[in-house]
Ligand binder design. Structure first.
Ligand code: ARG
Ligand code: ZN
Length: 882
């Protein structure tokens, strides 16, 4: 039963009559209602008697009145699907308590007390994967954001900080390893059972609590901090997985070193544990001293993980480690401040990855994620500012806006201040707020004081949703170029009128003939309009704008195809070069999709793109990692996002058509690239990774025009691959083709990796994201595969998220794709609402899709709205229709 929602009783409660007709109303929490908690809880002691079917927990809280809050005689302890088995106050049985919904209210006579509450929980039955749950026979926890209340009654809010002492006991065979936050202080045996006592000296909010018990083995290492502290490092996994933990360990040590060097942050315990679990709602979790990870972000070797997987692990290990300062030492006052820790920490992990590999390529990848996921969110019904004003279910706000746009907002401050002053700002922030639960406002103020920025107007980036659009028009007359800039921030739900925001734009002008670039300038467009004059240009220069993607905006510029080709070939800013090529392609695809393109105009457009691509293929100054970025066509989703209302089928046909035409025009070049790249032996160097990237891209291009030849090449690559990047790349190409090699390779891949869940996830995802015309039927059949289960979020995502993100399949003209996703939501919601609600946004795009499909999408949302849904899913459905 889902008791997270407003409790319903079958008796004559007058409110119930309403509830029966109106859709279920869940309470909205509002940022402006924040009040400090009336009680402090300096100490927490917990005693766990561990069992998969039943775990008994006694939680003892030391509480005292909070002098900074209005006094209250009662203390509200949040609960969720737990009941108080026994309540004592100051060691005495206590009856002065009552339940208010799921919460326990205890009335206290004095200003300081000790409250102990016993609860029984059923980890094996916990399919929501929030709180204490079982995964592969082990016990583990996920508490952020509000999972701790599923373990113990507690003021489960991030501004209540406590030190924790935890004792746990359990069967020695079932749970040989017992882990918690902080330091292990004592352990012992007790017949068949054993116990351990952990103490975390750092005060923390309940969402950072973690406990793990199970049969685990560790890859152990150590790191000596800049202050000379020796930290023991362990990565805990299932027995057979130990050989695949090396990369995660290297990533951890690099992260620790980098955070010291770049942000001056040192680790603060003698022990750092990471545990990999295979059932996990998100990527990973930064619990103090005991990070819990999705196995996907820990386990890798060249045989089973792609280069992309390796990069993902490095980034997520860094992200969670960096949270130790940006999140744990300085935490959030309330969940509206989530971007304070997430946006900042994403920026930190992005900068780290830039330093570990190719900075320009990493920047382009990050922009691609932002534009592929966050821009659509910002222009749809779920748009919200990086600091939201209200929510019903906080799990729904772990969004690309909070994370990725949040990172861009902090990156803009860094761009305006420069790296040194930015560092002074972050130093001041950590110094001022160490040990506190802070707000976004605190961060901005530290940046003003420490970095010397005036951020008065900049605060709008925290308050206003929507992606600003900047229009750039360059005029030339006599010897002067004049740049006219203007901005518009679109209306979003609840925010019809927007104020102009300060937009930092890096720009430069190129002399067309000499190809010389003028000095790069940082211009902050802070009004509706701005005009800038540039004397000294005898001929019209070429504008390079938003270089390095200095602001998370859409630029609309008046620029000829010719000028785009110039920038795509000559711009020395890698992002600007990539951008020019993308724009050239998007323009061509949009013209094609409009249906008004003459045959000659189409040919002309294809020729321009082919010329630019030929330059990319021929440019010996480019490394292959960057070449691979430039060769990538803009995604169908990104093209759709640039249109008022998109026809996904037309965009798909146009994009595939362009791919085939490029392959025909550049057949020799793609074949030569393939040959050259295929000759590079396997290594983890940037050169070898680049070669693998362009090799599969060449193959994908060739497949669009010459399917039979490409199938042969792909099968050969598949069969002879000595690493997963090559094998998966070849299988990706084959899966999109209607050839016999497709079936053979899919069968071989399954048999080869049967039993390796992460690789079988790839097998599902490849088929669900394929270009094959029968993709939808394949997905339907795979849902009945014996390896498919709704209980494992990775598996659900590998099939259905891949499918929902595959426009030509999801947007099947008869609406079958929409129906399948709605069916999934209805089936998954009672099992795992958090994961189910993540499937609503694809349907929520209905207003931006052509009318026929739009109506079918909306009909599925209405079908969902009529069902009995969790708070998570109900909120997303009602916002999507609203
Ligand atoms: N704080 C985690 C991170 O580093 C995300 C955990 C969110 N979990 C959840 N169930 N909402 O990104
Ligand atoms: Zn995070």
């Amino acid at each position: 039963m889902d008791i997270a929602r407003t409790p319903a009783t079958p008796d004559g409660n007058p409110e119930m009559a309403d509830a029966a007709v109106a859709p279920k109303d869940f309470v909205s929490i509002r940022r402006e209602d924040y009040m400090p908690f009336p009680w402090l809880v300096p100490q927490v002691a917990m005693d766990f008697a561990l069992g998969l079917d039943e775990t008994r927990v006694v939680t003892t809280l030391t509480v005292e009145r909070n002098p900074a809050a209005e006094a209250s005689k009662t203390i509200r302890l949040n609960g969720d699907e737990i009941v108080p088995v026994e309540v004592t106050v100051d060691g005495e049985g206590w009856s002065d308590w009552c339940m208010d919904g799921d919460d326990l209210l205890v009335t206290l006579p004095g200003a300081a007390h000790t409250i102990a509450v016993t609860t029984h929980i059923a980890p094996a039955a916990n399919t929501k994967l929030m709180g204490l749950y079982a995964s592969d026979g082990m016990l583990c926890t996920q508490c952020e954001a509000e999972g701790f209340r599923r373990i113990a009654f507690f003021p489960d809010r991030p501004d209540v900080l406590s030190t924790y002492r935890v004792r746990m006991s359990g069967d020695r065979e079932a749970f040989p390893v017992l882990l918690c936050n902080g330091n292990l202080e004592a352990e012992g045996e007790d017949g068949e059972a054993h116990w351990a006592e952990w103490h975390d000296p750092w005060p923390k909010p309940s969402y950072l609590f973690a406990l793990v018990a199970g049969q685990l083995v560790a890859n152990s290492d150590s790191f000596t901090t800049m202050g000379g502290r020796e930290v023991a490092l362990n990565i805990w996994v299932r027995d057979g997985d130990l050989p695949r933990t090396g990369h995660a360990m290297e990533s951890l040590k690099k992260s620790m070193k980098w955070d010291e060097e770049v942000f001056g942050r040192e680790y603060d315990l003698d022990l750092f544990n990471i545990v990999a679990v295979s059932d996990f709602n998100m990527g990973a979790m930064e619990n103090k001293g005991l990070n819990v990870f999705n196995t996907k972000y820990v386990l890798a070797d060249e045989e089973t993980a792609t280069d992309g997987d390796f990069d993902g692990i490095e980034a997520v290990i860094a992200h969670e480690y960096f949270h130790n300062w940006s999140g744990n030492r300085v935490t959030c006052r309330d969940w509206f401040q989530l971007s304070l820790k997430e946006g900042f920490t994403v920026l930190r992990d992005q900068l780290f990855s830039q330093d570990m590999g190719s900075a320009p390529v990493k920047r382009i990848e990050d922009v691609r994620i932002l534009r592929g996921v966050q821009f659509p969110e910002d222009s749809g019904p779920l748009a919200h500012p990086i600091r939201p004003d209200s929510y019903q279910e906080i799990s729904n706000f772990y969004t690309s806006t909070i994370y990725n746009k949040g990172a861009e907002v902090i990156r803009m401050m860094r761009t305006m201040a420069g790296p040194e002053r930015f560092r002074a700002g972050t130093d001041l922030y950590f110094e001022r707020h160490d040990g506190e639960a802070a707000t976004c406002e605190d961060f901005v103020r530290a940046m003003e004081d420490g970095a010397g920025l005036d951020l008065k107007q900049f605060r709008l980036w925290y308050a206003q949703a929507g992606t600003p659009k900047v229009t750039a028009r360059l005029e030339h007359s006599g010897d002067t170029a004049t740049l006219h800039l203007s901005q518009h921030v679109p209306a979003t739900p609840g925010q019809p009128d927007k104020k102009p925001m300060p937009i930092p734009l890096k720009l430069a002008l190129y002399d067309r003939d000499s190809r010389e670039r003028g000095a790069e300038q940082l211009v902050v467009l802070d009004g509706e309009e701005l005009t800038l004059g540039y004397p000294g240009f005898a001929t019209r220069p070429v504008l390079s704008i938003n270089r390095g993607f200095s602001a998370p905006i859409v630029v609309e510029r008046e620029v000829s195809s010719d000028e785009l080709v110039f920038l795509a070939t000559h711009d020395d800013d890698p992002f600007a070069r990539y951008e020019a090529l993308q724009e050239l392609v998007v323009r061509h695809l949009k013209a094609g999709a409009s249906g008004t393109l003459s045959a000659e105009a189409r040919q002309e457009g294809e020729l321009a793109v082919a010329d630019a691509m030929a330059a990319v293929l021929a440019d010996s100054d480019l490394d292959d990692l960057m070449r691979g970025e430039l060769l990538l066509l803009p995604s169908e989703t990104y093209v759709a996002e640039t249109m008022e209302r998109a026809d996904p089928a037309v965009i798909h046909a146009e994009r595939q058509g362009l791919r085939a035409s490029l392959a025909r025009a550049l057949e020799t070049e793609f074949l030569a690239l393939y040959e050259r790249a295929a000759a590079v032996p396997f290594a983890m160097s940037a050169e070898a990774k680049g070669a693998r990237k362009v090799k599969t891209q060449a193959l994908a291009y060739l497949a669009a025009a010459f399917p039979d030849r490409a199938a042969e090449m792909a099968f050969a690559q598949y069969a002879s691959a000595d690493n997963m990047t090559d094998r998966q790349g070849a299988l990706m190409v084959l899966t999109g083709l209607d050839v016999v090699e497709r079936t053979n390779a899919l069968i071989d891949f399954y048999n080869r990796y049967q039993g390796n869940a992460l690789v079988i996830d790839k097998w599902f995802a490849l088929q669900a994201s394929s270009m094959h015309p029968h993709c939808l039927e394949h997905v339907r059949a795979l849902a009945d595969h014996r390896d498919f289960t709704l209980k494992n979020p990775n598996r659900v995502r590998s099939l259905y998220m891949a499918f929902a993100a595959n426009p030509h399949a999801f947007h099947a003209a008869d609406g079958e794709g929409y129906r399948m996703i709605a069916d999934l939501i209805l089936a998954l919601d009672p099992i795992n609402p958090q994961t189910a609600s993540r499937f609503v946004p694809p349907l929520g795009r209905w207003r931006r899709i052509e009318p026929g499909r739009s109506a079918l999408m909306k009909a599925q949302l209405e079908r969902l709205a009529a069902a009995d849904l969790s708070r998570d899913t109900a909120e997303q459905v009602s916002r999507s229709l609203g």
